[in-house]
Design a protein around this ligand. Structure first.
Ligand SMILES: [Zn+2]
Length: 455
């Protein structure tokens, strides 16, 4: 499922075949399109269209090109349009020093007024910026911290611009230009920034991706943009779709998923989320904030049965590996792990267990012999080089026994299962060097470092 965070379907170019455009968007897996107003007239049409096509939501605002038409009356009209529940943002508003259809001073004034309107209405802003990043950032910095900042659409600034905007809580919209041959600097920025505030957009009918360049752009072409971002980040199209869809949900304040996923793909692996119970309360665990991993919501309302897990897993043959993981400790449900692994094993797919290494402690017995032949590899969260650090970072329930149990489990797993590694998160307080030393020299297993900042 994809979200097009910026399109102008009110444009005359869509007059004749909007229905077909919407149909193709549905077929292309688009869940929602933010249909952006750029002056009062198109804002009104956008709201009206959002009531005709369920997948459309609207934004209302005056583009810097039309700043000279902004007035108190226009503002009152925008405010009343924004009362409609299908209006999700104020925009597009901003600064355009490239075309200068209106004087820069006037643009700034009108931009600030509409930012104020967005704040009053508690809506995010959809911001257009061309050749005006330093003024834009100065204006946004002068504003007091906003609860719901907004998005800089069709981002075209530098790495430094991006970092400053992200630090202020703004999202960045990435569109067709990311696919253009001359966009190396934009691609470099998108390769490096944190993806947790990136959304995808087409800006239809403008800026068609390279494949379709010169033609009228439309939302269904968003997959070309998603594919380019996926390639830059070494992720799959599905990963990028899940991440950016979740980002759009937060940005525009839509109701997110309310049912946690039991099975979710990341890259070429399938992950199984079978419990949210854990014997640790790690400081860096994402269940502390939003329960989302790479765009997948994982808060379970109850623990799924063996049948439900197998059904959610579906055709596992297409994956490189199936991993018991999720937001909890799988060995708390050891019988379920064994039963599901047995079924999946019969289909010939490699199986990994991601665990906190406290399985023996949890079950009160040596569990590894029971997993032999069912689990092909084990990844154990280490995260610390001694008990004091472990207790501080992972907050285990059994403070006196947990760390020793993890070390013991790792040693035994190496003998019984064979393929074993330990992991550590690059979170403040985790000493990667010492963890590596412990892993390699004392436990005889490799250490894998997981990035904390990647959502
Ligand atoms: Zn636009």
């Amino acid at each position: 499922m994809l979200v097009d965070a910026h399109a102008h379907l009110t444009d005359k170019k869509f007059e004749r075949d909007l229905q077909g455009v919407i149909k193709r968007s549905e077929k292309a897996g688009i869940e929602r399109i933010v249909n952006v107003g750029d002056k009062l007239e198109t804002s009104k049409i956008s709201v009206a269209l959002a009531h005709v096509y369920p997948m459309l939501v609207a934004s209302v605002g005056v583009h810097p090109h039309y700043a000279r038409f902004y007035s108190h009356e226009v503002e009152e009209h925008l405010a009343s349009l924004a009362e409609d529940p299908k209006v999700v943002a104020i925009g597009e508003i901003g600064l355009d020093y490239h075309y200068r259809n209106s004087e820069p001073e006037l643009q700034k004034q009108v931009f600030c007024q509409q930012l104020k309107l967005a704040r009053t209405l508690n809506l995010p802003a959809i911001i257009h910026c061309r050749d005006a990043y330093s003024d834009l950032i100065a204006i946004l910095q002068e504003e007091a911290r906003r609860e719901r900042p907004g998005v800089v659409h069709c981002f075209s600034g530098t790495r430094n611009d991006a970092e400053q905007l992200l630090a202020m809580g703004y999202y960045l919209g990435i569109g067709g230009p990311i696919t253009y041959p001359n966009a190396d600097s934009l691609r470099a920025v998108v390769t490096e920034i944190n993806l947790n505030r990136v959304v995808l957009e087409t800006d239809s009918p403008y800026l068609a991706p390279q494949h379709k360049r010169g033609q009228r752009n439309e939302p269904s072409y968003i997959k070309h943009i998603a594919r380019q971002v996926a390639e830059l980040r070494n992720l799959t199209l599905k990963d990028i779709a899940a991440i950016t869809r979740y980002n759009a949900t937060r940005l525009f304040g839509w109701l997110g998923d309310s049912v946690g996923k039991i099975a979710y793909p990341i890259g070429h692996n399938l992950y199984l989320n079978i419990t949210n119970q854990c014997t640790n309360r790690c400081l860096f665990c994402r269940s502390n904030n939003d329960y989302v991993v790479k765009g997948h919501y994982l808060k379970l309302d109850r623990e799924p049965s063996e049948e439900e897990i197998l059904q959610a897993a579906g055709d596992v043959e297409e994956f490189d590996e199936v991993v018991f993981c999720g937001f909890g400790e799988p060995t708390i449900r050891l019988d379920t792990v064994k039963a599901v692994a047995k079924q999946l094993k019969a289909r010939g797919v490699p199986i990994r267990l991601d665990t906190n290494g406290q399985g023996d402690l949890i079950n009160g017995r040596d569990i590894l012999p029971e997993l032999r032949g069912l689990i092909d590899s084990i990844s154990i969260s280490l995260n610390a080089h001694n008990q004091t650090t472990y207790n501080k970072l992972c907050q285990p329930k059994l403070r006196q026994k947990a760390f020793a149990a993890v070390l013991e489990f790792t040693r035994k797993a190496k003998q019984v299962i064979g393929q074993v590694h330990v992991s550590a998160v690059d979170f403040p307080g985790v000493n990667i060097t010492k963890c590596r030393k412990l892993a390699e020299e004392e436990l005889g297993v490799p250490l894998r470092v997981r990035s904390y900042s990647v959502p």
